[in-house]
Design a protein around this ligand. Structure first.
Ligand SMILES: [Zn+2]
Length: 467
């Protein structure tokens, strides 16, 4: 049942756009969008809303997820007979993908999104490419697997932006897809139809969507133009995500085929703008850094996955100096932990620069504050969603920090986000509750549907014979 009356939340301590505030009264509508913020006020007499005692910060956006890959996290870590690389990992991943049924995708994604919520991620961009049945044929409902992602969002409560992947080729050329890719492939017409269905499903589930042309090796120029045009015929603002320059082999193959590096080619042939998100913009020249920063597109840095796969370092300092916009994603989910993505992004710079407190907003400012707020706002832009900050017109997606945690003992309010990110303990109890659209989905560190979600996840993992 929805209410026409605004819902009220009284937050004792909350991070608004202009900094920490005490005793703030918020109102949100039935869709969880904040309609009013009144700082430094008293709790109204006869207050019947919800009170938050801990420190409230905006939820983090995880803008790059391949949900099914979580089921194989930890499986690619034994050495093989030859030098392990991204490409041998990918081969193992394709083997695993073979057996996933729609119900399994639902169970794996529901459990993954539950873990994300517990880790402080309140939105996810699902770069979804497992579309077809085991033989590579369409399901009776061609959007079956997309629907399972929306179902998983419903089960877990997370906000999802579904990014159905457009995948046609196995390499530049174009090269025909290989057998391991048969569940991913669409023609232009089929992809156009899928997009229409995803558009309908997104409004049915009260979620959002965009497109994800997989990479320059998986689609050609006409495919990219087709996908963007199809999207724009349905939505003015929905986002476009693409893997761009993750591996040096990919960059070299692109140069061999097009005579240009991936980012160079993309900016010469399409017009990426602030609705684009470039995933793994790892290997860039100075000119490419400038192009991305100037276009106001967002890059998605997947720190832990990029480390796990041995991709390389994103040129963060040059990009930051040019005002580049950025965000984080947990990608293959070898770590579902926003803190770790951000902390290791900063540590990469410290190790390279032999320096400290590198990713900050000028002198005398907090590293943790800059990392959390910039990543949340960049992530929000990349999904084109009103999230990532606590303000009127934005969703009431909050993380409540547990001020009773030893992590925060003795810390001032200006030090809270530094302690949250850089005082990370194995028994971390820093996150207390998590709110999506004004409703609690994690309480005392536990998800509200935890037992059912875990039971279903275990059933699927047993069936898939993982572990
Ligand atoms: Zn990816």
């Amino acid at each position: 049942m929805t209410s026409i009356h605004p819902q009220q939340i009284f937050a004792k301590f909350i991070l608004l756009a202009d900094g920490w505030q005490e005793n703030v009264l918020l109102e949100h509508d039935s869709n969880g969008v904040i309609t009013k913020i009144k700082p430094q006020t008293e709790k109204p007499a006869n207050f019947s809303g919800k009170v938050i005692d801990g420190a409230v910060i905006p939820g983090m956006v995880n803008n790059h997820s391949h949900a099914f890959q979580w089921a194989m996290a930890g499986l690619g870590e034994a050495s093989g007979s030859s030098k392990d690389s991204f490409w041998t990992w990918r081969k193992a991943m394709y083997g695993f993908v073979e057996n996933i049924e729609p119900e399994d995708l639902n169970h794996i994604a529901s459990a993954l999104y539950m873990q994300m919520l517990k880790a402080g991620y309140t939105s996810v961009g699902e770069f979804h490419y497992l579309h077809h049945d085991k033989k590579g044929g369409f399901y009776e409902n061609p959007a079956e697997m997309s629907m399972q992602i929306f179902e998983a969002a419903k089960n877990s409560g997370i906000d999802v932006t579904l990014l159905p992947v457009f995948y046609r080729y196995s390499g530049f050329g174009p090269q025909a897809p290989n057998d391991g890719q048969k569940r991913f492939i669409h023609s232009q017409d089929d992809y156009g139809r899928l997009l229409e269905q995803v558009h309908l499903l997104s409004s049915e589930y009260n979620q959002s969507y965009g497109i994800a042309p997989h990479s320059l090796r998986a689609v050609d120029k006409s495919d990219l133009e087709f996908a963007v045009k199809a999207l724009r015929s349905q939505s003015e603002s929905a986002p476009v995500h693409i893997h761009i320059a993750e591996q040096t082999k990919e960059v070299n193959d692109c140069v061999a085929h097009y005579g240009q590096r991936p980012v160079e080619w993309l900016y010469d042939n399409l017009s990426p703008d602030d609705k684009w998100c470039l995933i793994h913009a790892t290997h860039l020249t100075d000119g490419e850094v400038k192009s991305i920063a100037g276009s106001k597109a967002v890059v998605s840095i997947c720190t832990t996955t990029e480390a796990n796969l041995g991709d390389g370092f994103f040129p963060m300092l040059d990009y930051k100096a040019q005002g580049g916009r950025w965000s984080v994603g947990s990608d293959s989910h070898i770590s579902v932990n926003a803190i770790e993505e951000l902390r290791w992004l900063e540590y990469q710079q410290r190790l390279r620069e032999h320096s400290r407190t590198v990713l900050v907003d000028g002198a005398n400012s907090s590293t943790g504050h800059w990392l959390w707020t910039q990543a949340a706002q960049g992530g929000a832009q990349s999904l084109q969603q009103p999230v990532g900050q606590i303000a009127v017109g934005y969703k009431a997606n909050f993380v409540e920090l547990n001020l009773e945690s030893l992590v925060f003992t003795g810390k001032s309010r200006e030090q809270l986000l530094d302690a949250f990110i850089f005082n990370h303990q194995a028994d971390n109890d820093a996150i207390n509750t998590v709110w999506i659209r004004g409703k609690k989905v994690v309480e005392q560190g536990n998800h509200i549907s935890q037992e059912d979600i875990i039971d279903d996840f275990k059933k699927s993992m047993a069936r898939l014979q993982v572990g």
